[in-house]
Design a protein around this ligand. Structure first.
Ligand code: ZN
Ligand code: ZN
Length: 184
């Protein structure tokens, strides 16, 4: 079963938002749409991460059916179908973004304001022409320096017992491992 996200036909460039890795942003939305559109009969062997995602989703009947299935049949680990579909979307979208950047689409914006997590920066580098690899490295370096500064400000404020951090720890984690909706 393949679920097409509503945003599937959009260019990746059109989803650019400051401070968010575009691939992570797309995958987060894809996962939400995927889970919303699952039918109640859908049963899979969710990974731990997606067990919790399903259990916390508003679609109670699906979570219930998956748990029934887990309880009533021999549980064989065939891999999580949700992870598999998200990985497929991830690969498609990384290749799409590589093509768009190579055509010059969004490259200026990306190099000045863009964000890429380490995971997707590395994936992109495998798909773009050699000349674009240093541009991607520069984006990651800029993101890293911004985060270092924010983390420094956060620690200084914490030492003085002030400031909530404004989500800087979440941004640092997202930068390092991506918000991909994947268990690993
Ligand atoms: Zn990412
Ligand atoms: Zn999973």
């Amino acid at each position: 079963m393949k679920v097409e996200a509503a945003s599937h036909t959009q260019t990746v460039t059109a989803t650019f938002v400051k401070g968010v890795c575009p691939i992570c942003g797309i995958l987060k939305q894809y996962q939400a749409e995927l889970i919303e559109s699952l039918s109640p009969e859908y049963a899979c062997d969710p990974c731990n991460f997606h067990c919790w995602t399903l259990a916390n989703s508003a679609v109670g009947s699906i979570a219930a059916s998956i748990y029934r299935r887990l309880l009533s049949e021999d549980h064989q680990d065939n891999g999580c179908k949700l992870c598999a579909q998200i990985r497929e979307e991830e690969e498609t979208r990384v290749q799409q973004l590589a093509r768009e950047l190579q055509e010059g689409l969004g490259i200026d914006w990306m190099s000045h304001y863009g964000t890429l997590c380490v995971v997707h920066a590395n994936a992109l580098k495998n798909h773009v022409a050699l000349r674009l690899r240093p541009v991607i490295d520069e984006i990651v370096d800029r993101n890293m320096n911004e985060l270092k500064q924010q983390l420094q400000d956060y620690s200084t404020a914490a030492e003085h017992g002030t400031g909530s951090g404004g989500g800087v720890l979440g941004r640092a984690a997202g930068f390092l491992v991506g918000y991909r909706g994947l268990s690993s």
